[in-house]
Design a protein around this ligand. Structure first.
Ligand code: SAH
Length: 187
């Protein structure tokens, strides 16, 4: 797993998703080398790069041009330019233009989560996975409700990580903000 400090950052772009959260997302997604992944709200490219190291192809989408620039820089830095296609725009709109895929990762939806999930579900191959990372309770709830409405069973995990920081007196544990990961399989 890539360390957080090895990503190029832009103060105006959120991310990268923290290393330990990326670990859990990779496991829950069951990503393999045959998978086509769509990452909506790619931000800094933290999850895009991790998926690109493991999948056949990743479509990285963000509506913020600075996020697109930062993702492109990180794709180059981590040597995965060969299997990532980066698209600037609204994920809901750009989903229409994509062929079917195996993994739908939603890291940002700008109030359109339900519609993105509905549209994404139609293009998700049978056996495919959906993952939503959220820092807001409302986003988590919307993901759970929509996934149930689509006939899938949501798996909901709230992750609270504390990391050790070396101080003169010893190792001090500093808490990261909790992140909820909602995931589901299409059968
Ligand atoms: N997972 C990323 C961080 C995601 S931050 C990483 O590891 O770096 C969330 C991103 O979602 C932001 O960059 C925001 O611009 C984007 N976003 C929000 N709503 C969107 C939408 N409807 N379509 C595309 N991108 C969106």
């Amino acid at each position: 797993m890539i360390r957080d400090e090895d990503f190029i950052k832009n103060i105006n772009v959120p991310g990268p998703t923290k290393e330990e959260i990326r670990c859990i997302v990779m496991c829950k997604s069951e990503v393999s080398c045959d998978d086509i992944v769509v990452d909506i709200g790619c931000g800094t490219g933290g999850l895009t790069v991790e998926f690109a190291k493991r999948a056949k192809m990743v479509y990285a989408i963000d509506q913020n041009s600075l996020a697109i620039e930062t993702t492109v820089e990180n794709i180059k830095r981590h040597g995965v330019a060969g299997n990532v296609v980066v698209k600037e725009g609204d994920g809901l709109y750009l989903l229409k233009k994509l062929e079917n895929f195996d993994i739908l990762m939603i890291g940002g939806s700008g109030g359109k989560l339900q519609h993105i999930l509905e549209k994404g579900y139609k293009k998700l191959n049978v056996g495919g996975r959906i993952l939503v990372t959220s820092i807001l309770l409302e986003t988590c709830l919307e993901a759970v409700k929509t996934i149930e409405m689509l006939g899938m069973t949501p798996d909901v995990v709230n992750v609270s990580i504390s990391k050790g920081k070396l101080t003169e007196r010893g190792t001090m544990m500093l808490a990261n903000n909790p992140v909820t990961i909602v995931s589901a399989h299409k059968s």
